[in-house]
Design a protein around this ligand. Structure first.
Ligand code: NAD
Length: 266
């Protein structure tokens, strides 16, 4: 796919959590291609440096490595400070980090449940709190984006913590959007379907499983990280200036009740 021609984020600073690979990395690339200075977060500095090395350079200055575990309060505060100090401000926060720990629900452990909720839900609230504090105390506007999932809507058996966390972030988006709408702060989310990223290594590299996954998707194929990044840049841009509190599903039709694609009910 050709690089975008537009420069919608020239002069803007963007922090992306969980940007060492997958959708977060694709988003970092997409924002930088459009002129943004990007702070990439993840837990491993070497991986983040490798991502930064791949990003196009921008006028505003070097992209930033902001290492930290976003499920931990101290790390969130440090990552936020690093991003603000090094970039001199923040216009867009993308809460993208996410994990899954599958098991039959009768066997779910408290450790697994807490781990999933900490990354997928609590970190969204902690990161949002930090950026909202910065914007409000400096009378600034900005945009928060949350990477949710089709499983905000579609139940996912054996992924109870994941489903619960994604359902909850949908309400975090709507609540924050309403609370801060009058201050010009927009809060939205994207809901990816099945996307080719390391999170899905189990089927991405197995031709048979890839075919099976594709057969469940109305558009007949999984999505690419870049296609989620396109939705994130749109929602963060001026083109979405009147959109807040919304969830944009980017899923090839998965949330359309795929089983009804061929009539079986009448
Ligand atoms: P991925 O596993 O490839 O990448 C996840 C990223 O989050 C990695 O960079 C990882 O290091 C980071 N991360 C995990 N825990 C972290 C923590 N505590 N602190 C900081 N960073 C942390 O996954 P992906 O497919 O790119 O998923 C990104 C987001 O998209 C997740 O929130 C996921 O739930 C969501 N999503 C993905 C899909 C899909 O099919 N890939 C579908 C729906 C939703």
């Amino acid at each position: 796919m050709p690089a975008p021609q537009r420069d919608r984020f020239r002069g803007k600073n963007v922090l992306i959590t969980g940007a060492s690979q997958g959708i977060g990395e694709a988003a970092a690339l997409r924002f930088a291609e459009e002129g943004a200075r990007v702070a990439v977060n993840g837990r491993h500095e070497d991986k983040l440096r490798a991502v930064v090395d791949k990003l196009p350079k921008v006028d505003a200055g070097p992209h930033v490595v902001a290492t930290g575990d976003m499920s931990k309060e101290d790390d969130v505060d440090r990552v936020m400070r690093t991003s603000l100090d090094e970039m001199g401000g923040l216009d867009v926060l993308i809460c993208n980090a996410g994990i899954m720990r599958p098991s039959p629900s009768e066997d779910i452990t408290l450790d697994d449940l807490n781990a999933v909720l900490a990354v997928n839900l609590t970190s969204v609230i902690l990161c949002s709190r930090a950026v909202l504090k910065y914007w409000r105390s400096n009378d600034l506007k900005g945009s928060i984006l949350v990477n949710s999932s089709v499983h905000q809507e579609i139940p996912k058996p054996q992924y109870l913590g994941y489903s619960a966390s994604k359902g909850a972030v949908g309400n975090v988006v709507r609540t924050l959007a309403l609370e801060y709408a009058a201050h010009g702060i927009r809060v939205n989310g994207v809901g990816p379907g099945a996307i080719v990223t390391p999170m899905n290594d189990a089927w991405v590299h197995d031709p048979e499983q890839y075919k099976t996954v594709s057969s469940h998707i109305p558009m007949g194929r999984p999505g690419e990280g870049r296609e989620i990044a396109d939705a994130l840049t749109f929602l963060a841009s001026e083109e979405a200036s009147y959109i807040t509190g919304q969830m944009l599903y980017v899923d090839g039709g998965l949330t359309l009740y795929a089983d009804f694609q061929k009539n079986w009910s009448s």
